[in-house]
Design a protein around this ligand. Structure first.
Ligand SMILES: [Zn+2]
Length: 403
């Protein structure tokens, strides 16, 4: 959300300038937007002389509202208070057991959200945005199922949180929110095809084409974790066999390390584990970064399997860039090298021409920040704007079907 001109808003939304003026004035009156003279680059005398008085630019008044963002991951809950530009003002997290009953996990969510809301003026609180793993019915606010949260089936999480917290709540899938945040923070997405791969407890992918998110029927697209990479592979939590997740999910990484420990390998990991109750992938990444060969091998294997899946996606979508989000940033160089090597083998040269593969700037906080953006964006979807958009889209559909 960069400062922008009124004319640019009209151009981007396809609204008439008079409609934009009406909406903008409304947001200015609410102090959600402010207007300030545009900065003319110093030394650009010619431009300054041509413009005379600098034109006014619109910008979002970040402090006008507060948002509570919640990221439910199968192994932890993250909660942040943010401003309207998704800047984090306050952050807390707590580990959870993914095999717990939903009401136990929801209780922890409510405790953390309640604590976050204590410091926020109620009148200033715009709402709560929630990132969920697995399949989500966004309109109904229901977490349909999540392979990594096996006890969650059709949980009406939005209504439960709304009732308990007394504020408006919005929910969305974590993989889509990761893409929503990237889109919000980088205007260049309007001209690109981007694959956003989210590697956390599970793995999912979002496809963005020229600023549009491809979510598939009912928002179910993106289950790359359950594409088969080994026909004779291990059973997957989804009920299938040899899925990508049986190689790269957090439980799979831990299982691989445990297997290596039983073979007498990963001695540094055994030593580092002393006094710790559970083994987490982060510990393996940490040791790999310090140069432990066995842990580095595990990281390379994850990179290789992801590289196979990413290579397939590159052949299908020929993207401009692949962005990976996850806690893997601890071993960025090692991991990306393994992914890139495999992509060179798996993807066709033409499909990967000029392609960038990189880690997301916000690492594994992307879905959390995307949950804040979800709420912030809703503020700018005023009824009049929504209506105008629908009209524009209808017109576009008509002209497309007539063509
Ligand atoms: Zn599976």
């Amino acid at each position: 959300m960069q400062p922008t001109f009124r004319a640019a808003v009209a151009r981007r939304t396809g609204l008439k300038p008079a409609t934009v003026t009406g909406i903008v004035n409304d947001l200015l009156a609410q102090q959600i937007l402010s207007e300030a003279p545009a900065a003319i680059p110093s030394g650009n005398g010619e431009l300054g002389a041509r413009w005379g008085r600098p034109p006014l630019m619109l910008q979002v008044n970040a402090d006008a509202k507060r948002i509570v963002a919640i990221d439910l991951e199968p192994d932890r809950i993250r909660v942040a208070v943010t401003d309207l530009l998704a800047n984090v003002l306050n952050y807390q997290e707590q580990a959870i057991d993914r095999f717990s009953e939903p009401d136990v996990i929801i209780k922890t969510m409510l405790k953390l959200a309640g604590r976050a809301m204590e410091d926020v003026d109620r009148a200033q609180l715009q709402g709560v945005g929630v990132s969920l793993p697995g399949l989500v019915d966004q309109k109904a606010g229901v977490l349909i199922s999540s392979t990594n949260l096996p006890r969650w089936r059709d949980v009406p999480i939005r209504d439960i949180l709304h009732k308990a917290l007394g504020v408006s709540v919005q929910v969305e899938r974590s993989i889509h929110l990761a893409a929503i945040y990237e889109k919000w923070s980088d205007p260049n997405h309007a001209h690109r095809t981007t694959l956003m791969l989210t590697l956390r407890t599970g793995v999912g992918i979002s496809i963005m084409h020229h600023g549009h998110l491809l979510t598939g029927r009912r928002g179910f697209a993106g289950e790359i974790g359950h594409t088969v990479v080994d026909l004779n592979g291990k059973p997957c939590e989804c009920g299938g066999k040899g899925c990508l997740e049986t190689f790269v999910s957090a439980p799979a990484i831990v299982a691989r390390a445990t297997e290596m420990i039983h073979q007498g390998k990963c001695q540094a990991l055994v030593a580092a584990m002393r006094g710790k109750s559970d083994l987490r992938p982060e510990l393996i990444y940490k040791l790999a970064k310090r140069g432990d060969r066995d842990c580095a091998q595990i990281v390379k294997e994850i990179g290789k399997y992801l590289g196979i899946a990413i290579g397939n996606m590159i052949n299908l979508f020929a993207p401009d860039e692949v962005v990976i989000c996850g806690s893997i940033d601890m071993v960025e160089a090692l991991f990306l090298q393994a992914v890139r090597e495999q992509v060179e083998k798996s993807a066709l040269p033409r499909s990967r021409e000029g392609l960038t593969i990189r880690l997301a700037r916000e690492k594994d906080r992307l879905p959390l920040l995307g949950a804040a953006v979800l709420v912030a964006e809703e503020m700018f979807e005023l009824p009049s704007l929504q209506h105008a958009r629908e009209v524009t889209e209808d017109k576009a559909t008509v002209s497309a079907s007539q063509a």
